[in-house]
Design a protein around this ligand. Structure first.
Ligand SMILES: [Zn+2]
Length: 392
């Protein structure tokens, strides 16, 4: 879909380029077995364009042929206690708000299935989960969910569903509008609800932009996300921000009448205008943050502080690519055991267990995700590491 210029959300304007981030890591969720493979992993161009009408943002240079999703990718967030609590609260909320007992949930981009399993158990329904990155047992699961290690075909054999959920997948699609239209067609004349969750563009583009990563083709704030779901024939039941304002959700429905289930928070014209102002300042802010962190790491290394990065997810990979391409950090640690002893794309940093920090003598720990600050702080104290926590 290289060369897309029309706004996918409102279809009223052509997208206007506003930031060129050059070449960035493409497969930022893959942890390579050797440093040489990591160093040779692909780069792709990130050239952002925005819609002057609704604030939708897209990578104009995105090339779907270079990005393959398979089980070597691990973007699982469920190793974090903060994320587990958040996910459990979301399950409870959806099970209480929507009539799911005995119903069917379709989860598109189910990851390793934690959310769908819990939703089936709590709501008393069954579910179908699809994800090309799913690495668990395929087929029926004791929770009532059936898992497929592939993209959801959304063909005519798709089981009738009462709720469709898609968390942190919608922004990866080359044709997000077509996806919503297809789900609307599959709903037919049945009463169907939906829950979409994406990174909030109002957050990502108003900050340094460590979450502006190659797999994210689209960037939605509340306004543009409501535009695209409504244009595809869905009703907005509720929208707002979650997880320290970093995530944006929208609850949607078809063939439902009566009052909306919730509120439309931060999705009005004033919010869109604030978002457009963030977009206007993004390129300069992104470059300034990259330079500031290169200088900070220089200073910490020169001062003998042995700085480390905690968190080897997509944000961490993007941060390292921009701020530490020469691997001056003393270590990169992560709580996900699947990443230990493996190497991060493009820069080749090796990931180790947090326990390796004990005895390293580090006096500065950098994190790129403020939502994990409290749990990382507590983990450092448990390890006996007394270092300054720096939030990038
Ligand atoms: Zn638009």
């Amino acid at each position: 879909m290289t060369g897309v210029t029309r706004c996918a959300a409102c279809d009223r304007h052509d997208l206007v380029p506003f930031a060129d981030l050059g070449e960035i890591p493409v497969r930022c969720g893959v942890h390579w077995a050797s440093r040489s493979e990591a160093l040779a992993s692909p780069l792709g161009r990130m050239r952002l364009g925005h819609c002057p009408g609704c604030g939708y943002v897209r990578n104009l240079a995105f090339d779907p042929t270079v990005l393959v999703y398979d089980a070597t990718m691990d973007t699982n967030l469920h190793h974090s206690p903060a994320f587990q609590v958040f996910s459990a609260e979301l399950v409870k909320h959806l099970a209480e708000r929507y009539p799911l007992r005995g119903g069917t949930v379709l989860d598109v981009g189910c990851g390793q299935g934690e959310f769908l399993r819990e939703l089936c158990r709590v709501a008393g329904g069954r579910g179908f989960g699809y994800d090309a990155m799913y690495a668990g047992p395929v087929g029926p699961d004791p929770s009532g969910a059936v898992f497929h290690a592939s993209h959801a075909p959304l063909d005519d054999d798709t089981p009738p569903f009462d709720l469709v959920t898609s968390r942190h997948w919608f922004e990866h699609l080359t044709d997000p509008y077509g996806f919503l239209v297809r789900l609307r067609e599959l709903a037919g004349d049945r009463r169907v609800y939906g829950y979409l969750e994406v990174p909030d563009a109002g957050y990502d583009l108003a900050t340094a932009g460590w979450e502006v990563i190659y797999p994210h083709v689209s960037y939605f704030d509340g306004y543009s996300l409501c535009r695209i779901v409504e244009r595809a024939g869905w009703r907005v039941e509720a929208t707002g921000r979650l997880f320290s304002g970093m995530f944006r959700f929208v609850e949607i429905s078809v063939n439902v009448t009566g009052p909306r289930a919730g509120a439309r928070e931060a999705a009005g014209a004033a919010d869109r205008d604030r978002h457009l102002a963030s977009i206007a300042g993004f390129a300069d802010r992104h470059a300034a943050e990259r330079d500031r962190w290169r200088d900070t790491i220089d200073r910490l290394v020169a001062g003998g502080d042995r700085p480390v990065l905690w968190g080897a997810g997509s944000r961490g990979v993007q941060f390292l690519h921009l701020a530490d391409p020469d691997r001056r950090l003393a270590a990169v640690v992560d709580v996900n055991p699947r990443k230990w002893g493996r190497f991060l794309p493009v820069t080749g940093h090796e990931v180790t267990a947090p326990e390796t920090l004990a005895g390293l003598g580090t006096r500065a720990v950098i994190i790129t995700n403020p939502a994990y600050r409290t749990e990382i702080d507590a983990a450092l104290r448990r390890l006996g590491v007394y270092a300054e926590l720096l939030v990038a």
